[in-house]
Design a protein around this ligand. Structure first.
Ligand SMILES: C[S@@+](CC[C@H](N)C(=O)[O-])C[C@H]1O[C@@H](n2cnc3c(N)ncnc32)[C@H](O)[C@@H]1O
Length: 261
């Protein structure tokens, strides 16, 4: 097994099966509406299916579904998939919601595009990257997507609070596309930023969005109540009538997995 940053374990990934995480997941930084249009430009052969690994509540899959013949949306978390199917567009006939670890999924390609949004980092890279590579058509690409919240003046102070309350005993900041390239697991061909998209959150909604991350699941934190108080106090001076004005991006990196691993 390839060494990964210490927080990227299967045990920490299981936070995405907690109902409290699923219930607040929609409050995280949204992807820009233009994302689906940009991803569709990567489609190599329009009649072949598309794959999303670690689809969560299916924000990307549901946006792509009306434009493709089939999209296989795979996730290890049954509660995530149940929520995805119940959300707007979740019943599109082109979507197959598939509950499976990516590592043991029986890929039903060849796929004309594979995407993964903030999810592949949790998987066993040495198994999953070659499997994706073997399941793609010859011209198809894997696109890794990261949701990025635009900078604010309070980011540094918030990070200090997060560090004190995180359930991760150890944390390493890293770039997934770069790490996979260094390991020889894929060859990067390009990247681009989509957005910004503007969005608002009440302070309470923003606090809940932080609990929808692997490092701060409410049910696993030692003192979630104190965390909430600290974050609310920190954000209050920056909100207007209790509402934060925010913006988000999607960072895309495109490449080809190396099938030999
Ligand atoms: C941060 S969420 C991202 C969800 C979605 N792609 C998005 O962009 O909003 C990570 C997702 O990866 C899933 N996941 C983690 N490890 C996985 C694995 N080994 N196989 C399949 N899915 C996995 C989790 O259940 C979770 O839904």
């Amino acid at each position: 097994m390839i060494a990964k940053p210490p927080q990227m374990t299967a045990a920490n990934a299981s936070a995405f099966a907690l109902q409290s995480v699923v219930d607040t997941y929609h409050l995280r930084t949204p992807y820009p509406p233009a994302l689906a249009r940009v991803l569709l430009k990567f489609v190599a052969e329009t009649r072949s299916p598309i794959l999303e690994l670690g689809c969560g509540t299916g924000e990307i899959t549901r946006a792509l579904a009306p434009h493709v013949s089939r999209i296989d949306a795979v996730d290890i978390s049954a509660p995530m998939l149940k929520r995805a199917a119940a959300m707007p567009g979740g019943n599109a006939p082109s979507i197959r919601w598939i509950e499976s670890p990516a590592e043991t999924f029986e890929f039903d390609g060849p796929y004309t595009l594979a995407v993964s949004g903030d999810a592949l980092g949790w998987m066993d890279w040495g198994v999953v990257l070659p499997s994706i590579g073997r399941a793609l058509t010859p011209r198809a690409r894997l696109v890794l997507i990261t949701a990025v919240r635009g900078e604010t003046v309070w980011d540094g102070a918030l990070l200090e609070v997060i560090k004190r309350h995180s359930v991760y005993p150890e944390f390493e900041s890293y770039s997934l596309p770069e790490r996979l390239a260094t390991l020889g697991l894929w060859t990067v061909e390009g990247g681009r930023r989509v957005g910004p998209t503007r969005f608002t959150r009440t302070i309470d909604e923003f606090v809940e969005s932080l609990h929808a991350t692997g490092g701060l699941p409410r049910d696993r934190m030692a003192d979630a109540a104190s965390f909430d108080v600290e974050v609310r106090e920190l954000l209050a001076p920056h909100a207007q009538d209790g509402v934060l004005d925010l913006f988000g991006y999607a960072d895309l990196t495109c490449g080809r997995p190396n099938v030999d691993g």
